[in-house]
Ligand binder design. Sequence first.
Ligand code: ZN
Ligand code: ZN
Length: 568
Amino acid sequence: MLVPAKTLFAKNAETSLQKNDASGLHFDINSMAEYRAEKGLRNLEPYSIMLINRGLKAYNEKKEKETVMLLEGAKELSPDLPLTYFYLSRINFSFSPSGFSAAADYLYAGGEAFLNNFWWSFQTAGILSIGLFLAFYASMGMFLITLILSNIRLYIHDIVENKRKIFLLLPSVILVFLGPGFGIIGFMLPFWRYIKGKERVMVYMTVMSAILLVFASPWFSLFFDTLKDKTLHSVIKINEGLYTGEAIEIPRYGRSYEIAFADALNLKRKGYYNEAAAVYKDLLSMKEDAMVYNNLANSYVGLGNNDMAITFYDKALQLKKMSPAYFNLSQIYRDKFDFTRAKEYYLKAIETDPQKVAFYNSIKGVSVNRFVMDETLSNKELWLMALKRPLHDKSIEMMLSFVNRELSAALLLLLMFALYISDRYISPGAYKCIRCGEIYCRKCEKKIFRENVCHICYKTLVKMGELTPKERVEKILEIQHYKIRRNQTLKILTLIFPGIGHVYYGWSVSGAVKLLLFSFFIFSTLLWFYIPTPVSMDLLSSFFRWASVTGLIVVYVTTVVNIFRRVP
Ligand SMILES: [Zn+2]
Ligand SMILES: [Zn+2]
């Protein structure tokens, strides 16, 4: 009654698959769909991509009917591939209301497919968040280093006046050995005296985000680990019913629940029903699960034991009202010529999940893989599985600190507290005259007239009679030179890296924002170029590459133009 998994159809499809691969001339969508259904797969990505490429070629040659046919074929062969929907959206777009709504519908479907596709969603989330992490890290570093460099002359002046102030460097030197992240923040301590107002707020915010980064960093290591994990690749491929042409790698021993589940799915698809049933029973001895009961029942259908199958479908339904179990029951009862019950279960299946039933109907056939339907892990479950894996690679965490997370956070809080109270214990330091750039302190200049203006500048401004004309002219020239030098440095720093110049001259908030944006676009560009993504994601990757490079240019040009226009 039931034909075994390896049928005539599959064989035909397999040979035509190879033939098509080689010549690429003739492509029979129906036979490919047959092949997919026989193998119990859901997505034949390489063939969909081939169809898309041919569709795009037809589109360029203005053969509209052919384009739509090829793209619809691509959608049919890989319903979970977001790429097809994005192209369908682009091709259907026009400035008429109907064209607009058709494009919007496909875009929405593409978005849904994106969220349901593990590698698309995982890689995008990973690359963008790592880009943001690295941008935060780099811009924080540059911000603090720039603050230190712009005040270093003041600190040297203070050390010359009071040798003991060199010991303020001690904590930061010790902290560097606990991690580069701390080292930089620790170096704020000797310079805290020279930093005022908004800059201080920015430093506090930097320390706070360093604490957040410490706790977020394991995710980044996990991301890179996941990309390298061959078993995980296989588990995802099996659950998404994905054909990519690569071999499946599943370990036999010491495996997690999800890996064993994927193994059973794979065994059953290939027709090893006894072996699959054994794995499913093993899983059930650990935890009762509706999905596992449904799939176990399917293995019994494969073995020709429909009564056993019905018992397990019922068990599945006792745990959860699930559409595949209803559908499978309706199939079994139809096979037994009990059409009333078959219809009853079929309606329940539609009521529970009409979309799934529509897909089941599209692949329905007589062999086990297409007679009863397996349940697979959802994208959400695959994500959870990836997230709870043990970690091996800690290189990203090491960028911030060499000690564990809790200690790192505690150290950072301690550092923030040290900065906060340091004002009370460190005597007021040197200051830089904002007009002439000369450095003074209470020791070398007895009276201070006004904050940040030296007494000579003050006299040239207010008490002109106290200076000789020669002294006055000299000072005015000095002020002018200082201004020119300052503007030149600002321009050069902006050309080197937008934002550094801003921070150097005290525009700390806008400087920090520019540093962050520019670094984000740099890292995003690099990551989208260097982290390998699945072939099917090529369009998305090139979109992000293009967007990142554009962002990079926009931030650079606007910042540079702004500075050169504002500063004479
Ligand atoms: Zn001055
Ligand atoms: Zn001094």
